[in-house]
Ligand binder design. Structure first.
Ligand code: NAD
Ligand code: MG
Length: 413
């Protein structure tokens, strides 16, 4: 019997993960049909993807961009319904016609559509890590309730999934596991001094040595907050606490993560640093499909290096681990503050070192106010909004000029 055709929704289709997903999907037209594609406001980018992948529905959150896309599709006689507004993201994620949803929006904006997919029982492929950091327990609880199968796309979490027993499902506690070991490239500033890191520009921060990614995750990789968010993500997906999670720097980005079992065995997944590998794994699961990516020439690679992360130069990693330990809304506060801080860094308002300072202060302030909030959706969104307001209100304290004044006062004291 031929394998059934499955219908795919790509949330965040114009982004780095979204485009890699469509690259893999297009290699398997007999198995996958694109049902819906979404983006924030990039009408030209989404038009190009509609020409290639012929979705039934295209969503642009921005209304003017949606009008432009609708006009262009009509002019080219491409049959595709265009929807607009943030609610349309959740609508397509939960639509009866959808079988698989790729969650690849960046940041907290992906929470509601990801939750909608999970609640509707869709096979949900999660690249968008921020919703798991904000509301991981809620998402896993809803998946258990609806029967939605969650498959991790983040390369480390996908590697871990591949190293767990074949009958393992996300949300269960894995049997016989001592530790999950996340690898990290170390980012563009791995060998930089604290002073150099403090003076780093946005252009330097987004220049990742091994991976080509969106701007926000590239800055997160430079501060190691990406690995911090991934610790929390792993805790939510695999039901382990922080004592069972370790990070090791592996500059080659070839070993994507490892599982250490109680008998002392360590299993690892290796591959080129190309997101099409984890994406193809999850789209095909439990089968295996061609992804367009070759294997590795191990002899040419020669050797692998490993180092401990330096928490002095990269305080964000320590802040994330502390938030994971604190539990409650600490990860949610951390995530919201990080999103604001990264945006302000990219806009040139604060320096790279102020990102950690702003996050630490916001989590501290927020825990005082929100310690007893429930982890349901409404409270999650309220805490997220509180943290964003707090950061914007307190921004002048962390601005470049405020920091220069403080530094010069310290030197003259
Ligand atoms: P990106 O910036 O390249 O793309 C983001 C996508 O989300 C775009 O399609 C954009 O239009 C859409 N989007 C942005 N804001 C939106 C909003 N408010 N509402 C609706 N849509 C919105 O990002 P990316 O690098 O592809 O990363 C996507 C997610 O996957 C992130 O959470 C990131 O941490 C995670 N991830 C990325 C990679 C990678 O290699 N890029 C690897 C692992 C995990
Ligand atoms: Mg990752």
């Amino acid at each position: 019997m031929p394998a059934p055709m499955r219908r795919l929704v790509v949330l965040g289709a114009t982004g780095s993960v979204g485009r890699s997903t469509l690259d893999v999907a297009a290699r398997h037209p007999q198995r996958l049909q694109v049902f819906a594609l979404t983006a924030a406001r990039d009408a030209d980018g989404l038009l190009e993807l509609c020409r290639l992948h012929k979705p039934s529905i295209a969503v642009l959150v921005d209304e003017a961009a949606a009008l432009k896309l609708r006009a262009a599709l009509t002019a080219e006689e491409i049959p595709c319904e265009v929807l607009t507004g943030a609610a349309a993201l959740s609508e397509v994620a939960a639509a009866g016609e959808a079988d698989i949803v790729m969650s690849a929006i960046v940041g907290a904006a992906g929470l509601l559509p990801t939750l909608a997919a999970v609640r509707a029982g869709k096979q949900t492929l999660i690249a968008n890590k921020e919703p798991l950091v904000m509301a991981g327990r809620l998402l896993m609880r809803e998946a258990a309730r609806s029967g939605a199968c969650i498959l991790p796309i983040d390369s480390e979490h996908n590697a871990i999934f591949q190293c767990l027993p074949p009958d393992y499902r996300c949300g269960e506690s894995p049997r016989g596991v001592r530790k999950l070991l996340l690898t990290a490239s170390g980012g563009p500033f791995r060998e930089w001094s604290a002073e150099q890191i403090a003076a780093a520009t946005p252009a330097e921060a987004v220049r990742h040595p091994n991976w080509s990614m969106g701007q926000k995750i590239s800055v997160d990789s430079a501060t190691l907050m990406n690995k911090g968010l991934e610790l929390i993500e792993a805790s939510m997906l695999y039901g382990v606490d922080d004592t069972q999670l370790d990070v090791v720097i592996h500059p080659e980005s070839v070993i994507h993560s490892l599982v250490e079992y109680v008998d002392g065995s360590l299993l690892a997944q290796l591959g080129q640093p190309d997101m099409r590998v984890p994406i193809a794994h999850a789209l095909a699961w439990p089968e295996r499909w061609e992804s367009g990516v070759g294997g590795l020439d191990l002899a040419a690679l020669g050797r692998f290096r490993f180092e401990s992360p330096d928490l002095e130069r990269f305080p964000c990693l320590g802040l994330a681990r502390a938030a994971l330990r604190a539990g409650g809304h600490a990860p949610n506060l951390l995530n919201a503050a990080n999103e604001i801080a990264v945006e302000r860094f990219l806009n040139g308002h604060i320096g790279l070192s102020q990102i950690a300072q702003m996050i630490a202060a916001c989590v501290d302030a927020g825990l005082g106010v929100h310690a007893l909030q429930s982890d349901e959706l409404e409270a999650t969104l309220a805490v997220d909004a509180w943290a964003r307001d707090w950061c914007l209100r307190e921004l002048p304290r962390f601005s470049k000029t405020a920091t220069l004044h403080a530094e010069s006062a310290r030197l003259h004291a």
